[in-house]
Design a protein around this ligand. Structure first.
Ligand code: APR
Length: 244
């Protein structure tokens, strides 16, 4: 399967990698839906978290303060704090440097692709290191780890500011969604790494690319709903499969 995948990559003029939580497992960050996934163990946040934030930011931020002490939040925050890129992130950055991969669309907010040297990275679910105004889209560096009261209004438009990472029910910012769609439209091959593809619109991009004639390569430690649509399946971890 590795040689089939390598041949597909070599034969494609434009290659896009799409990554999910499985990409960062070997960096110590747990997944969401696997056996020991965070949502599997602690339940998934409400599907309309974004509507709750819009409706009552004060209530949202004070529940953030309470949530901060929950074991899974502490676990995830510590994992994110200590996480370093793994061999998979490094291999993907090298593939970009040697022209084998053109861009990375990641659902992860951990910034590890950039830390490993990937240059063309689209963070479709945002970044944990940024704040974003939902009214004008302006992004600014996140200054504090803990946010337990509504951040000051946007300096550009006095709009409503939240962390950049998207909440369930939050529309993907237009600029990001357009960039991700244009990458998957250009792709002749999409390498789908460490994602259950269960969250839309991100999870739909490989299917759209396939419909446009793109080849699909799956790198995942287990089966996913996308597996049967893939042209090559490497059943293994991101940290071992990507270097090979
Ligand atoms: N290497 C490769 N794949 C792995 C590894 C590994 N070491 N470990 C687990 N996986 C696979 C699992 O088999 C699963 O298919 O990674 C995938 C993780 O799936 P999810 O936990 O659903 O993570 P993801 O697909 O990124 O979730 C999408 O959901 O909660 C939202 O915004 C959040 O970005 C996230 C989105």
């Amino acid at each position: 399967a590795v040689s089939v995948a390598a041949e597909l990559i070599r034969a494609s003029k434009y290659v896009v990698a799409m990554t999910g939580a499985g990409m960062s497992v070997e960096s110590g960050i747990p997944t969401f839906r696997g056996a020991d996934g965070i949502w599997s163990r602690h339940g998934q946040p409400s599907a309309n978290s974004y509507a709750e934030w819009l409706d009552d930011p004060d209530a949202f931020w004070s529940s953030e303060r309470r949530r901060r002490l929950e074991p899974w939040v502490v676990e995830l925050r510590e994992a994110l704090r200590h996480a370093k890129p793994n061999e998979g992130h490094v291999a993907l950055a090298e593939m970009e440097a040697t022209g084998r991969v053109n861009s990375v669309i990641t659902q992860n907010i951990d910034g590890l692709h950039q830390d490993a040297g990937s240059m063309n990275v689209i963070e479709i679910h945002g970044s944990r290191d940024k704040m974003r105004c939902v009214d004008c889209g302006d992004r600014t560096p996140r200054k504090t780890l803990f946010i337990d009261s509504p951040p000051p209004p946007c300096e550009e438009c006095s709009g409503r500011v939240k962390f950049d990472s998207v909440l369930f029910g939050e529309p993907i910012p237009k600029d990001i969604l357009q960039a991700a769609r244009s990458e998957s439209d250009k792709a002749e091959c999409v390498i789908v790494i460490g994602t259950s593809t269960s969250v839309k619109p991100a999870g739909g991009l490989p299917r759209i690319a396939k419909a446009n004639g793109s080849k699909l390569i799956e790198i995942n430690s287990s089966e996913t709903p996308l597996t049967r649509s893939c042209d090559a399946v490497i059943r293994g971890t991101a940290a071992s499969a990507l270097p090979s």
